[in-house]
Ligand binder design. Structure first.
Ligand code: PEP
Length: 251
């Protein structure tokens, strides 16, 4: 089955209004780079509304970097899936390793965020990935399976027909040390095989992105792997030229 590539930019907590508008403008002017790939950007929450206005009907989707598991109420500082939808988002990242590590989001909460995202018709991008200790202790597959099944057991496999999975080894995020194409492929194939145990058709159609120090110089080799369907890009998504080259590598 051919899966349309997806490249997602996670801007994290970077940029001013003016800088982010300029970045979007540059991406809009480089549309030929991603004619055959889906492109998504995830600016900080406060810039989403303006980003949606700048992008208008452009071929770039918007997503939240995280989302609240609750739908409404006294949850100071949180942003619900319906709010993301209201300002023009189509996606939300759930389970990013920074949320897991810094904000103590556990597997159960990630599963609830996944459900909350889909409840509003948004597509969750479920991040999974092992730490360096876990990899060196040969626990990579155990960790990935645990993170994946924590969601699957709550949602069932049907939910993955409208979801994206991102393999993001924690040791590769923001370190400049990417997984090799072979390391990425090995884990992506494992994720797809786990999904396949529940439904072969859905497993074949789910897009699995690689994230962790993706840059223009390594994107083509990683994206060429059979089970890698694009990337979730942090640092390199903040430079328009670099991000457009990564999009072109996926397209
Ligand atoms: C990320 O934030 O999800 C990420 C992969 O970051 P970087 O590309 O900077 O490693």
């Amino acid at each position: 089955m051919s899966r349309r590539p997806l490249v997602a930019g996670n801007w994290k907590m970077h940029g001013t209004r003016a800088e982010n508008a300029a970045l979007l403008d540059a991406l809009l002017h480089g549309q030929e780079a991603y004619a055959t790939a889906d492109v998504l950007v995830c600016p900080p929450f406060v810039y989403l509304w303006e980003a949606a206005r700048i992008l208008k009907s452009a071929n770039i989707a918007l997503g939240g970097q995280t989302v609240c598991a609750e739908s409404i109420g006294a949850f100071t500082g949180e942003v619900s899936a319906s709010m993301l939808k209201d300002v023009g988002c189509q996606y939300a990242i759930v389970g990013h390793s920074e949320r897991r590590a810094l904000y103590k989001e556990d597997d159960a909460l990630v599963a609830r965020k996944f459900v909350a995202t889909q409840s509003q018709g948004l597509t969750p991008i479920l991040c999974v990935g092992e730490t360096l200790d876990e990899r060196e202790g040969s626990r990579t597959f155990d960790v990935i399976a645990r993170q994946l099944h924590a969601v699957l057991d709550v949602t069932g496999i049907a939910a993955f027909a409208k979801a994206v999975v991102a393999y993001e080894p924690v040791w590769a995020i923001g370190t400049g040390k990417n997984a090799t194409a072979e390391q990425a492929q090995e884990v992506h194939a494992f994720i797809r095989a786990e999904l396949h145990k529940r439904d072969a058709t859905i497993a074949a159609s789910v897009r699995i992105l690689y994230g962790g120090s993706v840059k223009a110089a390594n994107a083509r080799e990683i994206f060429a792997m059979a089970d890698v369907d694009g990337g979730l890009v942090g640092g390199a998504s903040l430079k328009a030229d670099e991000f457009l080259k990564i999009c072109a590598a996926a397209a």
